[in-house]
Structures are given as structure tokens and as C-alpha cells.
Write a protein that binds this ligand. Structure first.
Ligand SMILES: *[C@@H]1O[C@H](CO)[C@@H](O)[C@H](O)[C@H]1NC(C)=O
Length: 301
């Protein structure tokens, strides 16, 4: 596909970004919307295939990536880890514009919530499990409580929810490109330019007074009955600080990374790869406080 035809497809398909386009046309000529090849060969890139024949005594786990990320970049390594512990995991790239389809989470979050709800139902039916667990990071963490709150029938089939730094109460700054650090500075810059070009309705919706923030503020109760929610936060997270993530409702566990690993100054993006955090995730899914991983020092950003 040439840049020209991609651009035409983008114009045709992506109404949300159109207002941003005219001034960007000069830039797009130099911008490939294809996935950078350096990423495809990076060992940190790529998630296991969704396998509905997978058998486990535990609930299947649906992984929800953060803003600008995808199923291949973000919780993908945790997914392999959970598989090695006997979990069946499933993931999708939600909220991508038609072009480029490899950068997720940008589109209208209500639309994404519908997409995620369909996927959760598919996982529940496909595996035959009674309940599904959700693990989300950043925007995905927001979706892990937003989807049960807003999508009919989902709260009843979700059991555990683990939300890594959910920007529930309005985030003022987003690490749009931090999750692409695995491809280096060039990839991060490219992803940033593409996001400027195609637009990011989700970015507005997660801001203070954004639609989703307002919906949470208006909800009598964010967490639905029967959902066991753990919010994982780092005191060193400057993008989505704990005050923005915490859910102050009965039954919700709000957990700091530093309570169990005081020397881990992990930042927002780093939550996805940090074993100090993985331990909290596994403990939340298994309803235990057993220490399962030694502490480590996560990425500071
Ligand atoms: C899917 O899971 C089944 C059951 O564990 C296994 O036999 C099969 O090889 C898996 N398929 C893939 C593509 O991994």
C-alpha cells in the first residue's frame, strides 16, 4: 500500500481526525503509516495468539492495553508470563483507527467499550468459562471498570479486575508514546506524529471534564456488584498519579507498588513490565497476598 492510498483510506475512514488533517498534509507525505519493521523483530514485541481451546482451572484473562499501544505492545509480556503460570489469556487491539490499525486506544472510548464488551462475551462463550477476569493498563485499566459500568451484561460475567493506574478522575498529561520505547526514539517520534495526524478522541475523554471522567464522577458507584477490583498504583507515577487512579469505594483494593517494594520507583508506562507489579497482579487474580516475585526496579517513565 502506498502512502497515497493509505492517506486516501485514512481520509475516507477516519472522520474523527479529519479536522486535524489539512495542516498535516505536508507531513504525511514523509510519514509511513505502516508498522516500523524494527518493531516486528524486537523480542519485546508480540502477544500470544488467542486460543479458545486453552484449558485452565482459572478464569480466562482479557488483557487491555493502554493509550496508543496495542495487544502486541504493553501487556504482551505479562500475557506470556500468565500463560506460563497456567492461565489462558486473550487480547485485542481496541480503539484503533482503520489506518493505522496497529496503534490502539485512540478512538472514541464508548465505541471501544462496545468492542471490548463483544470481545469479553466472545471469550466467555468461546472458553465456556463462567467468569472472565480483566487486567488493564492506563486507558485499558479505565476500560476494565468502564466496560462493566456501561456495557449491558458484562458486570455479571466479570470476576477479578486488576487496573494498573486507571486514569479514572481525569489525567492532565498522557505518555502517548512511552509504551513504544521498545522501538527506540525513532519509533516513539513516529507514533507521536501519527497520533497528531489521525486524532485521539480518547485523549479528550480521559482529561479532567472529559466525557469518560464525567461519567465516572456522575456514577453512584463505579465498581459493579460481584466485580473484585484491585487498583495498582505507583507513587512515582507522574503521568497518572495515585490521586487520579484511586477508587474509593467499599470492597475495592487500592494497592501501592511501594507497599511491597519500597525501592521500586516505577513510572506509568513501566507498570506493564515490572515484576514488582506482576506479583500484585497475580496476587489479585488469585486472591492471595503471597509473595510470588522478588522486587525489581521498573522503568522510571
Ligand atoms: C491451543 O490450545 C490447545 C489446548 O491447550 C493446544 O493443543 C493447541 O496447540 C493450541 N493452539 C495453538 C495455536 O497454540
Amino acid at each position: 500500500m502506498t502512502i497515497g492510498s493509505q492517506f486516501t483510506a485514512l481520509l475516507a475512514a477516519c472522520s474523527a481526525g479529519i479536522s486535524a488533517l489539512p495542516s498535516q498534509i505536508a507531513n504525511v507525505r514523509d510519514l509511513s503509516l505502516d508498522i516500523p519493521s524494527a518493531l516486528l523483530t524486537n523480542k519485546l514485541y508480540g502477544a500470544p495468539a488467542n486460543n479458545f481451546s486453552c484449558q485452565s482451572s482459572r478464569n480466562p484473562v482479557v488483557m487491555l492495553h493502554g493509550l496508543s499501544a496495542s495487544r502486541e505492545v504493553d501487556l504482551n509480556l505479562l500475557q506470556y508470563e500468565l500463560n506460563s503460570r497456567g492461565y489462558c489469556t486473550f487480547s485485542l487491539t481496541y480503539g484503533a483507527h482503520p489506518v493505522p490499525s496497529w496503534i490502539g486506544g485512540l478512538d472514541d472510548m464508548q465505541k471501544s467499550a462496545g468492542q471490548i464488551a463483544d470481545f469479553v462475551r466472545e471469550v466467555q462463550r468461546g472458553t465456556g468459562a463462567a467468569k472472565v477476569d480483566l487486567v488493564g493498563h492506563s486507558e485499558g485499566a479505565v476500560q476494565s471498570v468502564y466496560v462493566p459500568l456501561t456495557q449491558a451484561g458484562i458486570a455479571g460475567i466479570v470476576e477479578h479486575v486488576v487496573a494498573l493506574a486507571p486514569a479514572i478522575h481525569g489525567a492532565t498529561y498522557f505518555g502517548f508514546t512511552d509504551l513504544w520505547y521498545i522501538g527506540g526514539d525513532v519509533t516513539r517520534a513516529l507514533v507521536g506524529k501519527i497520533i497528531d495526524l489521525v486524532g485521539c478522541p480518547a485523549c479528550e475523554q480521559l482529561a479532567p471534564d472529559g466525557l469518560v471522567t464525567d461519567q465516572f464522577a456522575a456514577a453512584k458507584k463505579i465498581v459493579q456488584d460481584g466485580n473484585k477490583v484491585t487498583v495498582v498504583m505507583s507513587k512515582s507515577d507522574t503521568l497518572v498519579p495515585p490521586a487520579v487512579s484511586m477508587i474509593d469505594e467499599p470492597g475495592v483494593k487500592n494497592v501501592y507498588v511501594q507497599t511491597t517494594c519500597p525501592d521500586d520507583e516505577v513510572g506509568h508506562a513501566g507498570l506493564a513490565w515490572d515484576k514488582s507489579v506482576w506479583r500484585l497482579i497475580v496476587n489479585a487474580l488469585e486472591e492471595t497476598d503471597e509473595e510470588v516475585y522478588p522486587c525489581e526496579k521498573g522503568l522510571p517513565f
